[in-house]
Write a protein of this length. Structure first.
Length: 113
């Protein structure tokens, strides 16, 4: 269960209340400083009393995975746009070559700068 020395010194309710504050979203370092306990000790109590809680590393990893998925989706969309534009460019170039060889006027005009 929990550290017997910590229970004797502060009481189980003390640690449960501290862990509940962490669950509510308060900063670990701020809570530890306010209560006058070591950050690592408070972190160990959180792990014991709330084993399902995500660590900062796990939250960071989830955020990075989500960002990678968004970037992959954006890249796939850009690849589709580039493929479409390349296909259109090839069609225009083919029409120009064809009309130039027939002596006809080009199907598209060049822009004058």
């Amino acid at each position: 269960m929990a550290n017997a020395r910590g229970v004797k010194k502060r009481g189980l309710e003390f640690w449960q209340a501290a862990v509940e504050r962490l669950r509510a979203g308060e900063n670990l370092a701020a809570v530890a400083a306010e209560l006058g306990v070591d950050r690592r000790g408070l972190l160990r109590w959180r792990e014991r009393l709330d084993p399902e809680a995500e660590t900062a590393g796990e939250r960071r990893e989830k955020a990075l995975v989500k960002e990678v998925e968004q970037l992959k989706k954006a890249l796939a969309e850009k690849v589709l746009v580039v493929d479409f534009l390349q296909g259109a460019l090839h069609k225009v170039a083919a029409r120009r070559r064809q009309s130039a060889s027939n002596g006809e006027r080009a199907s598209t005009t060049r822009s004058e700068k």
